[in-house]
Design a protein around this ligand. Sequence first.
Ligand SMILES: *Cc1c(COP(=O)(O)O)cnc(C)c1O
Ligand SMILES: [Zn+2]
Length: 411
Amino acid sequence: MPAEALKCKECDERYPLDARFVCDRCFGPLEVLYDLSGLDPAETRRRIQAGPPSIWRYADFLPFERSPRTALAAGVTPLVRADRLAERLGVREVWVKNDAANPTHSFKDRVVTIALAKARELGYEVVACASTGNLANAVAAHAAAAGFESYVFIPADLEEQKVLATGVYGTHLVAVDGSYDDVNRLCTQLAGERESWAFVNVNLRPYYAEGSKTLGFEIAEQLGFQLPDRVVAPIASGSLFTRIARGFQEWLDVGLLDGELPAMNGAQADGCSPVAEAFEAGRDVCRPVRFPATIAKSLAIGDPADGPYAVELARRSGGRIDSVTDEEIRDGIRLLAETAGIFTETAGGVTTAVLRKLAERGELDPSERVVLTITGEGLKTLDAVRGTFEVHAVEPDVESFERALGAPAVA
Ligand SMILES: *Cc1c(COP(=O)(O)O)cnc(C)c1O
Ligand SMILES: [Zn+2]
């Protein structure tokens, strides 16, 4: 197994591969350290292509001795070329990575697959999470399929569709009277008290984050082991955004890919945009947003753990981090639906709206190949499109229909 240890991102201190997430020396975040130097590119590519149709095809880059057997298969979601969207935006090639096609309809199935496999390996029987919605769906479902008891903590004002799509799996669903950051603080305290619980995004966070890398692997594999010129991706904690690039980088290092990192464009909502603000102001640190107010609830993290790393990545790769209004988010959802036939949740409205903004500002080269990451399903945030189109009410007769929608032109 190429995974060697957990390593502090700030001071490089090493730790064993167990359940921990902060450095004892400097309180920096921990990540999985690999030694990929033994991987032969041709042989690795062959193993990937012969692997299962799930994220386990990338087992060489995941922190397990052997690919665990998991009940729900995450990953290998469609990457579709969206020519009508590209034409509307005035660029040559736009590809939509539709991660709503995962088992619980968001990219969170990737991170939960890895975290629960690690929870099992470490001997846990109870799993838990602090969620902005989609993580709750994924933890409840994967725990049910794998036979873990689960506790799922959500902000009380979550979209009803996400609450219903979580409770159905028979989890202990806990609605906390507060923001996501309050939920996360509560879970961090509980993780200290209940040592027999695996919190997927607290004490198992370094493994959880590894799941997001697979989105980068898949984009590159589906483009024929090539990199796009630009990736537009949403930012909540910044974990997904930074790990997509980590996936590309690992494959560049191993020799599976040539070239350089794509420009990484991050997308946030105006009502909670601490990372976009830090980027704009040229700061490294993100000023926490106390009271997030946006329809993009899955991105409403006021104090993003990976925010500074996201800012640094956007700068280093020649990208940017932008934010959009709720109105632009609604328009983004409609634009993607009307041009690509893909109905995304508010987070996808954020990324689509940011891509449109880049196009309108003339920041896209007409010859570039752009990947737009769609991380969640529109049916989970139905209120966002309520009232954005007309429904024609008619009586069940032809005259009534023609009165409402017009008679055919007479020759
Ligand atoms: C969780 C989530 C994200 C991004 O999460 P990070 O915390 O930045 O990794 C993006 N889109 C959707 C739909 C999500 O649920
Ligand atoms: Zn440290």
